[in-house]
Design a protein around this ligand. Structure first.
Ligand code: NDP
Length: 635
């Protein structure tokens, strides 16, 4: 394995009091738990539509409705949709359309163009299809501009632009048993009749807003971080010189991964910046470096998959020393496992699982303490530094890295407003924001408040109706828990495939996870067409069997999630109430993954394909008479 960084264990403090910290973590959690859980957020609808539904990057294009009959509709043109198109083409399936509301490929990388946007995952792992398109990213952590350019590169390289309906959002999806097709309604009045549907909607596709009273009363300017308004701030995506903010008082609500990247730019240019923080993120040093051209020139075939596997194993799983190649990534995602590996190597013998877990917890406390002390060494105002310290375990929230975020709080025009005691911003008024009983007047509010991730699926998708056989709603089918076969299909939803965090393999590298899923789906679609099937659907028994497998192999992390501060990574901690009540309502960001792991799931899928009988899926030939019939209008 080629490495570009060499690393050993990190220096973490050992003078920590774990019982005291554990109590502090709990205290920080308890004061943030809210009974409404995920319902605390306002839907970006009604008076709030402009926060999510406006496309600031491409003017709307009117067009006549269409009603094509196609083999496959891919819903979404981000990385997963692009890869679905690529894998279908490689399987010889070319009659498909990618449908996306955006004006170009990219998904989140199309919509999110805020100043400072970069990927927090190493680009050599995160950018998909690097070897296929012959590209190596310019640096370890790439800017959003380079990532969207890569999306367009994939679209061009694999000739996907002609297969795509941009500016088109799906409003309804219904299985038509007579036609043996999905009928897809859109904002243009289309009636797309697709034999198969592959949902590639990503997990951060829909902006979410805090359900703060008075949010529509504000008379100043406001927008969501995923719909950045450069007309208002000045500058551009390529050159984020936000010169129009020089006389503006700006508020940023939220301190997640987006805000961490935005704050340094707004702090630099605005007359005044107020950052409203409910829970601090952990922020490590970034250490971004340009790609070493010698390293890039000497990469051998298969290098990317090997690197992705290495990243996954060091960041997401834990394999004792000697079982995997050394950590090739050496960043903040892999630190805890790297430190553990060093200790285990020194012990030199296999330890029981309990001892390994205890060691992991200790390393976690030490790393988080290292990060807290780092804050104290950078932020000069002690009270601000204290508020910025994260008191929870790594993995409760998405970890971040940035070399200018913490430093921004030393600027005289920047102020942190800690709103943890009042469980978030209290109210928005005509003039500004009320928190801790104080009204802060501002000219502009930027909502860096995240996305519908672990809130209810119907909120996230907004497709209505979304119905399979006999009008069965997918939202109802999954209301009391996921029910899938291999995480990608469900009984009652013929020819329907889902990608994302369901009951499949969860990976440390999201693009590798999508590739695993869409490659498998593309193979099934190809086989179904080759075998003359018009309909494929998992049997009820196969679905029940898979759900059982998922439950039987599950690694129970509910104790860990219960202890975490609430957020979208744990379904807002299951709301408030007794632990056992909350435990039932926890939602893990990675869904209900296959317990033995991402690569074990890969092997399982490969063996299933190799076996050849498509066990668990029922194949039905076309119904000739119905196929020829003119469909009823679904309008
Ligand atoms: P997040 O959901 O991570 O952050 C939302 C923020 O809004 C949180 O700090 C949250 O606080 C805060 N908030 C919500 N409601 C209120 C309220 N009522 N009052 C005050 N604060 C409130 O969204 P992001 O957009 O930052 O990130 C979302 C995801 O997007 C990331 O986790 C990541 O997966 C992805 N992303 C990836 C990047 C990359 O590098 N690849 C870069 C940026 C984003 P609290 O924590 O208390 O809930």
């Amino acid at each position: 394995m080629q490495t570009i960084v060499t690393c050993g264990p990190s220096q973490t403090p050992d003078d920590i009091d774990i019982p005291a910290l554990r109590a502090r973590y709990r205290q920080e959690r308890d004061k943030r738990l809210r009974p409404e859980g995920g319902d605390q957020y306002a839907k970006a609808a009604d008076g709030l539509k402009e926060f999510a539904e406006v496309d600031p990057h491409t003017p709307p294009q009117a067009r006549e409705p269409i009603a094509p009959e196609i083999d496959v509709a891919i819903i979404g043109g981000g990385f997963s949709g692009l890869m679905a198109g690529v894998r279908l083409k490689q399987q010889g399936v070319t009659d498909f359309r990618i449908i996306d509301a955006a004006g170009d490929f990219g998904g989140v990388w199309y919509w999110n163009r805020y100043p400072g946007i970069q990927c927090d995952n190493e680009s050599y792992c995160y950018f998909p299809l690097l070897e296929e398109v012959g590209y190596v990213p310019k640096s370890r952590f790439s800017d959003g501009t380079e990532i969207q350019e890569h999306c367009r590169r994939i679209g061009t390289h694999f000739d996907l632009y002609g297969n795509t309906l941009f500016g088109t959002s799906v409003s309804s999806m219904q299985w038509d048993d007579g036609l043996q097709r999905w009928r897809i309604g859109t904002n243009h009045g289309d009636d797309v009749r697709a034999r198969f549907v592959i949902m590639c909607v990503g997990s951060t596709n829909k902006p979410k807003l805090p359900g703060i009273p008075g949010i529509t009363d504000f008379k100043g300017h406001s927008f969501h971080s995923a719909r950045w308004d450069y007309d208002y701030t000045g500058g551009s995506w390529e050159d984020p010189t936000l010169d129009k903010l020089a006389d503006k008082r700006v508020a940023v609500i939220g301190t997640g991964a987006s805000a961490i990247q935005i704050v340094p730019f707004v702090g630099k240019y605005a007359k005044k910046l107020l950052v409203f923080q409910r829970t601090p993120s952990s922020v490590d040093r970034r250490g971004n470096v340009p790609t070493d051209p010698d390293w890039a020139a000497n990469l051998g075939p298969g290098w990317q998959q090997e690197r992705q596997r290495n990243f996954h194993q060091w960041s997401f799983e834990f394999l004792p020393p000697g079982k995997v190649a050394e950590d090739a990534i050496c960043d903040f995602w892999t630190e805890i496992n790297r430190n553990m590996a060093t200790r285990l190597e020194a012990i030199g013998e296999e330890l029981p699982l309990e001892q390994i877990l205890a060691m992991r917890e200790e390393e976690d406390y030490r790393v988080m303490e290292r990060l807290r002390r780092r804050i104290a060494s950078i932020v000069t105002d002690p009270a601000t530094a204290e508020s910025l310290k994260p008191y929870y375990r790594m993995g409760c929230k998405r970890p971040c890295s940035n070399d200018t975020y913490l430093e921004t709080f030393n600027l005289p025009n920047v102020k942190l407003i800690d709103v943890s005691d009042c469980q978030g911003v209290e109210r928005i008024t005509e003039k500004g924001i009320v928190a801790n009983g104080v009204e802060y007047e501002v000219d502009c509010i930027i909502y860096a408040s995240g996305f519908e991730v672990t809130t209810k699926l119907d909120r996230r998708l907004g497709i209505e109706p979304y119905a399979g056989r006999d009008g069965l709603s997918l939202y109802d089918h999954w209301r009391d828990g996921l029910k899938t076969f291999h995480g990608m299909t469900s009984h009652g939803f013929p020819n329907h495939f889902y990608t994302g965090f369901t009951q499949a393999g969860a990976g440390g590298n999201i693009t590798a996870m999508y590739d695993q899923q869409v490659s498998h789906i593309a193979w099934i679609v190809k086989e179904a067409l080759a075998r003359g099937a018009a309909v494929i659907e998992p049997t009820r028994e196969a679905q029940e069997g898979w759900v059982r497998t998922i439950h039987e192999t599950a690694v129970d992390i509910s104790d860990f999630l219960l202890e975490c501060t609430p957020g979208y990574w744990n379904g807002e901690g299951g709301g408030a109430g007794a632990d056992e009540e909350r435990r039932k309502k926890l939602k893990f960001i990675f869904g209900e993954p296959y317990g033995p792991g991402f690569y074990a799931f890969d092997t399982l899928l490969q063996e299933w394909r190799d076996e050849g009988s498509m066990a668990g899926l029922e194949l039905t030939p076309p119904v000739a008479a119905n196929d020829a019939a003119e469909p009823e209008s679904v309008a």
